[in-house]
Design a protein around this ligand. Structure first.
Ligand code: FAD
Ligand code: NAP
Length: 565
């Protein structure tokens, strides 16, 4: 029964590749922020748990995405764990938006401080997870030939953890060096003296391009769709900024948990707080003033300039046009500026980017922009990239082409539930979950920030903490009541799916061919995958489900299940 800290099945802790079986209460897949926090909290319940992680270290996103310029776009005072008051007091960020090495150092600090490593097995990729209905166990298989048996399986595998290379003819024929931003070499890359191509202009590219342009002899950016980007106004952390946060962290964190994005926009700062008025309710001068002020403040709070930018096309048009006017102001060559201006989707409906000197970089003599809408790529050749207007030679190609987001990593694992139900089949027409936490037919298998939860539309550390805390409460409830199985009903899953879909369709998000919609992966169903209801609302919904005795879930005890057979 759930609640013993000793392994119940197998009794042997397997070594990598020895083919033996190890048993745990919980197997967690992934040692990013999600997996680490889950492990930490599980220990409080006295459950035996092990993380299986493909990488050689912790940090997930921040372990893999080491490209130049990589940093968070949620301010570091908020893009950090809130669960430990001591941790948040003792850690100091050096910048408003910390860079990848510092965030990775933070992840390592968390692992050490909470003694997590002893229960993490690195260099272990989970290839399959099969539910044994009779034994009520998950059998988890790894690329090293190991087998783990667990009562519960937690997929903390990340929403943006399967990097995607573009399907371009001849890609493998290229003889120079290639990189993907999502799998950047640990030793770094020096582009000095090289002719470099970047394919893609999403958040990763927008951060990397200004830094790479300073090194490369010549940088050629291949852009298919331009992006809206807001200057970050990043800078060193100052005592004046850090002090008030640290002296009132608890109430600020509490407030952030109720916000739509899980981010507390500083209410005392008129250029940062949420402006609860429609963009159409004010004069053109006032709109311009508000947008200017937000542009100067920097960061994603630009989208909080008015309360209807994501629901009202007319309002959105004003913000979109403002950003286009800024691009035209910054970029000196009018033709280049025009190519950089997004025009065919509303601002914010593809993830808004946050940059340092992105548009300014196109004023450098060594940077060239290729408009793939006008001259599409025909092939990657052994020497470079061929578009319809000719071949260009490069010493290196950087693919900043994104991820098979939200479902890709889970679909790579052969997950099978009751009666062999395969997740790949279940999700063939798009992900179906209850609350983004579980799936009908897959008992005792949980997802951290799964599709159908706010996840990628939020400060993800806030969403991770909320999911883990909810799951820990659910497991404690099960422990207390002798319950061995939790599984959503098919009805609950369907109605949650409708709710997620309806919420998405009330916004402009569905107008963009974004990765939120699965549009960046050929053949992927076009479904708006995250839940747009907001972090605060969603938290209430989850809490209400728990308060009503886990409404929408079936909870069973082993004894009851056996009696029913
Ligand atoms: P991840 O960090 O993705 O960790 C998942 C882990 O699971 C990885 O270590 C992976 O190796 C492992 N894994 C996956 N599959 C398997 C398998 N089969 N077997 C074993 N291990 C497996 N969010 C924000 O809120 N703010 C930001 O500023 C922000 N910036 C970002 C910048 C970049 C470049 C990217 C790519 C994402 C960013 N995100 C940001 C989103 C970010 O992914 C989350 O904030 C957060 O780090 C996710 O943590 P996680 O633990 O859920 O997943
Ligand atoms: P992305 O936003 O999906 O961008 C991928 C880019 O590659 C797009 O410009 C895309 O063009 C282009 N592309 C893809 N296939 C192509 C092809 N065959 N030919 C030409 N261009 C192609 O990926 P990302 O930049 O890695 O960002 C993913 C997400 O990670 C972000 O949205 C964000 O959530 C997170 N992230 C955050 C930060 C941060 O600031 N903290 C930084 C990086 C990433 P199309 O648009 O035309 O498809």
């Amino acid at each position: 029964m759930l609640g013993t800290s000793t392994p119940q099945v197998g009794q042997v802790q397997a070594g990598k590749g020895d083919g033996r079986t190890a048993g745990y209460d919980v197997i967690i897949v992934g040692a990013g922020f999600g997996g680490m926090y889950m492990l930490h909290r599980l220990r409080e319940l006295g459950l035996s748990a092990r993380i299986l992680e493909a990488a050689t270290g912790v940090g997930g996103t921040w372990y893999w995405n080491r490209y130049p310029g990589a940093r968070c776009d949620v301010e570091s005072m908020q893009y950090s764990f809130s669960f430990s008051p001591a941790l948040q007091q003792e850690w100091s960020w050096s910048e408003r938006f910390a860079a990848q090495p510092e965030i990775l150092a933070y992840a390592n600090h968390v692992a050490d401080r909470f003694d997590l490593r002893r229960d993490i097995q690195f260099e272990t990729r989970v290839t399959a997870a099969h539910y044994d209905e009779k034994a009520n166990r998950w059998q988890i298989l790894t690329d090293g030939g190991e087998q783990f048996l667990a009562r519960f399986c937690v997929m903390a595998t990340g929403c943006l953890s399967t990097a995607k290379l573009p399907e371009i003819e001849g890609r493998d024929s290229y003889k120079g060096a290639t990189y993907h931003t999502g799998y950047w070499p640990h030793e770094g890359v020096d582009f000095t003296g090289l002719r470099v191509a970047v394919i893609g202009t999403g958040s990763s590219a927008i951060q990397a391009i200004p830094v790479m342009a300073e090194q490369a002899t010549h940088l050629t950016v291949f852009q298919r769709t331009p992006n809206y980007s807001i200057p970050s106004r990043n800078g060193p952390m100052t005592p004046d900024y850090e002090g008030p946060w640290k002296s009132s962290y608890e109430p600020r964190r509490a407030k952030a948990r109720t916000m739509r994005t899980g981010i507390l926009y500083d209410a005392s700062d008129a250029n940062f707080g949420i402006n609860d008025v429609s963009a159409m309710a004010v004069s053109e001068e006032e709109r311009r003033r508000v947008y200017e002020a937000r542009w100067e403040t920097g960061g994603t709070s630009f989208m909080a300039a008015f309360n209807d930018l994501i629901t009202n096309q007319a309002s959105n048009d004003t913000a979109s046009e403002f950003v286009r006017s800024k691009i035209r102001e910054i970029v000196k060559d009018p033709a280049t500026a025009e190519i950089l201006c997004p025009k065919d989707y509303p601002i914010g409906t593809k993830r808004i980017c946050v940059d340092t000197n992105y548009f300014e970089t196109y004023n450098r003599p060594n940077v060239e922009l290729i408009d793939l809408k006008a001259t599409p790529i025909e092939a990657i050749t052994p020497r470079g990239v061929r578009t319809t207007d000719g071949e260009r030679e490069f010493d290196a190609i950087v693919y900043a082409t994104g991820f098979d987001a939200m479902t890709g990593t889970l679909m790579k694992i052969d997950i099978r539930g009751r009666k062999g139900l395969a997740l790949r089949d279940k999700w063939a027409d798009g992900p179906q979950t209850y609350l983004g936490l579980m799936c009908a037919g897959l008992p005792n298998l949980f997802m951290i920030t799964g599709p159908g939860s706010p996840s990628v539309l939020s400060n993800m550390i806030v969403s991770i903490e909320q999911h883990v805390d909810w799951l820990i409460d659910a497991l404690a409830h099960m422990q207390k009541n002798g319950i061995t199985t939790i599984e959503p009903t098919a009805d609950a899953e369907v109605s949650w799916g409708h709710h997620v879909n309806e919420a998405g369709h009330r916004t402009l998000y569905v107008k963009a061919a974004s990765w939120y919609m699965g549009a960046n992966v050929a053949g992927k169903p076009r479904v708006f995958m995250p839940y747009i209801g907001g972090v605060g609302v969603y938290r209430q919904e989850c809490d209400e489900v728990a308060a009503k005795g886990y409404e929408g879930f079936v909870l069973t005890s082993q004894a009851r299940a056996e009696a029913a057979e």
